[in-house]
Design a protein around this ligand. Sequence first.
Ligand SMILES: Cc1ncc(COP(=O)(O)O)c(C=O)c1O
Length: 379
Amino acid sequence: MIQSKLPNVGTTIFAVMSGLAEENGAINLSQGFPDFNPSEKLISMINRYMERGFNQYSPPTGHPKFRQAISQKTENDYGVYCDPEKEITVTSGATEALFCAITAFVNPGDEVIIFEPAYDSYVPVIQLSGGKAVPIELSFPDYKIDWDEVESKVSSKTRMVIINNPHNPTGAILEEDDLKKLEELAEKHDLLVISDEVYEHIVFDGKKHQSVLLHEGLRKRSMFIASLGKTFHATGWKVGYCIAPEEISKEFRKVHQFDTFCTHTPSQLGYADFIQDRKEYLDLHTYYEKRRNKFLSLIKGSRFEVQAAGGTYFQLLSYQNISNEGDLGYAKKLTIENGIASIPISVFYSSGRDENVLRFCFAKKDETLERAAEILCQI
Ligand SMILES: Cc1ncc(COP(=O)(O)O)c(C=O)c1O
């Protein structure tokens, strides 16, 4: 009676490791969410909209006031105008935007280029659409893209490329030259691009975030995907959006309207007011850079090897000097025996490539990072 459409998909590693952390009372640096609250001001703004009766469906494309605010934000951040009526669609988190973006355009037999280690929500959706993910491994240990290899993997069936910048799980960032190479390739082979930029405001060391929106040739063929949950410390509210040219947005919206219809109305209205004040997010990179630096200085004496993250709120640590056990087993052992949960990287490779590297989320309070570092230094 039941024929699974996703026979190889189990429970995501994020739920597995968070569950194991909970069971064992371990410090949870596995899943990517802060252990502190969003701004009080934002909470009360959203709350006020609920109290004033804004509790029913919004238009499926998003509340006009929120789309207008997103358009203004995009112009301020990237100097690019996006038509709020035709080019911006509000979604229930970036996850829903990714689902719509893939489902709207991938037909049976189409190939989609992804980069591994890859955030785990892309491949199952490609498969649900009957498409085939074509994985390309990032170089190790600096996690860069070999664009010649990408060119060699493009076939007559290639429909789309998915990039994720800044990159989860590695914390690597793309440079301007990467975007130029992607632009050239996408134009030459007439490819669509999904650009998962949920960590757009978390880029470190004085570097500028390289959005697809900044490159005219990419802007014309890309779906830019953002998550307000990541930017405003509210991952559980699930608010995101997609910016794409009108013709692409039209197809995207066809899927979106039957997927969730619309996103939580009071959150949209609260955010519409809140994001107008750029102070609320422009310093986010400084905030997280300090947390990264704190975490790195706290674990300086440990036996873990480090290459500082260029963006996101994740830090990879290599334990190759400590053990050669597989990373999934080692991550579980650290959770159960040492009381600290992380994410093994091999699960994000279709090949299962295992470099003895774990991902730690540093979007945590000082005391959480201090307790975590104490444990890591004892290992
Ligand atoms: C790379 C990447 N894309 C998308 C998402 C999902 O974002 P959201 O919580 O807004 O659905 C995440 C969340 O961890 C992520 O890391």
